[in-house]
Design a protein. Structure first.
Length: 265
C-alpha cells in the first residue's frame, strides 16, 4: 500500500499543537512538508546526525552495540544529552532500517515524543552545492545545514568544472574531506540529501567516470555494498569506509589517491 504523506503532516501538527515544542531534533531528512511546518512555527531544529555534544560515545553502549553505524550512535548520544522537546526521525527507505530500530528504542528510552516519518518526496530541489567550487568541508556543512529548511537556497552557487568526485553519505567526521580540492563534485546520497529526495536511487547511483572518485560510507552501513559495487564500475576509484573518527591512515589513503591521480588540492 502506498504511503500517505498527509499522515506524517497530520501527526506532526498534532504533536506541535499539543506539546508546542520550541526545540526539535531531526534524524535523516523528514518530508519537506514536515520541515516546512517546523519552519513556519519558528521551531529551532537540531540535526541529530551531526556531532553536537562533547560526550563519550561509549555512553551509548547500553542502548546500541559498539559495532553499529557511527551516525546512529551519534544520534543516540545527542538524544541523551541535548535539551530537546521532541524528535522527528525519517524511517523510510531514504534513511535505513537501522534508523527505524533506533526510533523504536528511543521511544522507550526517552520521556519526550519521538515521531517517525517516511520521506518519499520526489520533487527535485536541485543540488548546487554539490557542484560548486567551494572547500569540501564548507560544502558539506552547507548541505547538512540545508536539511533544517524546507526551501532550496535562494541564491545558489554556480557550478564548476569537476576535477574529483566524492560519492557517499555525509561522514560523521568531516576531516576526511580536508584533502579534496574545492573543485570536487559530490555524488551519492549526499546529492539526494541536498536535492531533498533521499529515496531517489537513480540519482544516488550517478557517477562521473571522467574524474577520480572516492566512494565512501560509514563502517557497518548497508551503503558500503553500493559503494563497492559502483567503485568496481568506475575506471579510477577508491572505496573507503571509516567508523567513528578519521584515522591518519584513511586520510593518507585519500591524499595519496588524489596525488597519484594528478589532482591538485
Amino acid at each position: 500500500m502506498a504511503w500517505d504523506h498527509n499522515l506524517d503532516l497530520e501527526e506532526t501538527r498534532r504533536l506541535l499543537d499539543q506539546r508546542r515544542p520550541r526545540r526539535v531534533g531531526i534524524v535523516g531528512q523528514p518530508p519537506r512538508a514536515v520541515i516546512a511546518e517546523l519552519n513556519s512555527r519558528a521551531i529551532e531544529i537540531l540535526d541529530l546526525d551531526a556531532m553536537l555534544v562533547r560526550e563519550d560515545i561509549e555512553a551509548t553502549v547500553t542502548i546500541l552495540p559498539r559495532v553499529y553505524c557511527a551516525i546512529l550512535r551519534t544520534v543516540v548520544l545527542n538524544a541523551l544529552h541535548l535539551d530537546l522537546e521532541a524528535i522527528v526521525i525519517d524511517t523510510g527507505p531514504g534513511k535505513c532500517d537501522s534508523a527505524r530500530y533506533v526510533a523504536t528504542i528511543l521511544k522507550e528510552q526517552l520521556t519526550i515524543p519521538v515521531l517517525t516519518t517516511v520521506n518519499l518526496d520526489r520533487e527535485s530541489c536541485g543540488y548546487p552545492y554539490c557542484r560548486a567550487e567551494l572547500d569540501l568541508i564548507e560544502k558539506f556543512q552547507a548541505i547538512t545545514e540545508g536539511v533544517k529548511i524546507a526551501r532550496p537556497p535562494a541564491a545558489p552557487p554556480a557550478p564548476c568544472h569537476p576535477t574529483a568526485g566524492f560519492w557517499g553519505v555525509p561522514p560523521r567526521d568531516f576531516s576526511i574531506l580536508a584533502p579534496f580540492p574545492a573543485t570536487t563534485h559530490v555524488y551519492g546520497w549526499t546529492r539526494c540529501l541536498e536535492n531533498k529526495t533521499p529515496t531517489d536511487l537513480d540519482l544516488e547511483m550517478q557517477i562521473n567516470p571522467a574524474v577520480p572518485m572516492v566512494f565512501f560510507a560509514q563502517s557497518f552501513c548497508a551503503k558500503t555494498a553500493l559503494a563497492r559495487h559502483l567503485a568496481r564500475q568506475h575506471p579510477h576509484a577508491l572505496c573507503l569506509d571509516i567508523d567513528l573518527h578519521t584515522t591518519s591512515s584513511a586520510k593518507a589513503k585519500v591524499q595519496a589517491f588524489l596525488e597519484l591521480s594528478g589532482v591538485a588540492p
